[in-house]
Design a protein around this ligand. Structure first.
Ligand SMILES: NC(=O)c1ccc[n+]([C@@H]2O[C@H](COP(=O)([O-])OP(=O)(O)OC[C@H]3O[C@@H](n4cnc5c(N)ncnc54)[C@H](O)[C@@H]3O)[C@@H](O)[C@H]2O)c1
Length: 249
């Protein structure tokens, strides 16, 4: 078992990539704390004493603190944080994007990451070890029209994570960025313009944009996360891993 006695906190655990990541880490012997606004789909993992679900808004500082505290109490240590939670933007021209919408996207995709990474650093610095993986998006490298706020938030994920990788390196804490390409989850349809057909956008725009010819599956992302959390990636930090079927080229 790759991750026996290791404990990981996974945000966005109720979503497509999140649930697949929870499952893979549990299959590899880890203890996992899965956090999301919606956790109903995670109830099937509760029969193991290696899993806890936290239902709540990760933009709430107190909730974030409690999650780390309870996880450390239950499992004794926090070895890794995987930030998967995020929201999409429906393709909209900038003149129609409200300040509230811009701020909502920046808050959920970047401020939330700041809050969880800040808390993780407290636990990991003390033990002088840890691994943080922040999920960005290939759109930070290959933007699309109408997604300006989402793309900005994911560019911030990359810059923030690199800065943190350098800052936390003296404590043997690795921080890496994983940029997924278009993936077959509920979120993908949410990038369509309001007037467009979701299925058609998935097929005609997103699938065709991937050189390897198909949408990513959540398990493709989960396996790369597993690698970045493993000892094999011990000397990998501040790296940007594109898991996108070649979309970034
Ligand atoms: N699906 C894609 O094509 C794609 C492509 C590139 C990057 N990404 C990124 O990958 C990550 C996962 O995407 P997914 O496709 O699994 O999406 P998803 O919508 O299935 O999952 C995202 C999860 O984040 C949770 N979440 C949102 N706001 C939250 C909050 N305030 N507190 C707690 N949880 C919250 C949602 O409830 C949801 O379960 C996201 O960061 C997304 O931006 C997705």
């Amino acid at each position: 078992m790759t991750f026996e006695n290791k404990t990981f906190i996974v945000t966005g655990a109720g979503g497509g990539m999140g649930e697949e990541t929870v499952k893979l880490l549990l299959d590899n012997g880890a203890n996992v704390a899965g956090c999301d606004l919606h956790t109903d789909n995670l109830s099937k993992y509760k029969n193991t004493n290696k899993f806890i679900a936290f239902k709540g808004d990760l933009l709430d500082e107190d909730i974030v603190k409690d999650i780390f505290k309870e996880t450390a109490n239950q499992f004794g240590n926090i070895d890794g944080l995987v930030n998967i939670a995020g929201i999409a933007q429906s393709a909209t021209s900038i003149d129609e994007v409200s300040l509230d919408e811009w701020q909502r996207i920046m808050d959920i995709n970047t401020t939330m990451m700041f809050l969880t990474c800040r808390e993780a650093s407290v636990y990991m610095k003390e033990k002088k070890q840890g691994s943080i993986i922040n999920i960005g998006s290939v759109s930070a490298t290959r933007p699309r029209p109408g997604l300006q706020s989402y793309v900005a938030s994911k560019g911030a994920v990359e810059a923030f994570s690199k800065a943190l990788a350098l800052e936390l390196a003296p404590y043997q804490i690795n921080v890496n960025i994983l940029h997924p390409g278009p993936s077959d989850t509920t979120m993908l349809g949410q990038f369509s313009a309001e007037s467009a057909s979701v299925d058609q956008t998935k097929k005609e725009i997103f699938e065709k944009s991937v050189p390897l010819g198909s949408l990513l599956k959540p398990e493709n992302i989960a396996h790369s996360i597993k690698y970045l959390l493993s000892d094999e990636a011990k000397m990998v930090t501040g790296a940007v891993l594109h898991v996108d079927g070649g979309r970034n080229i």
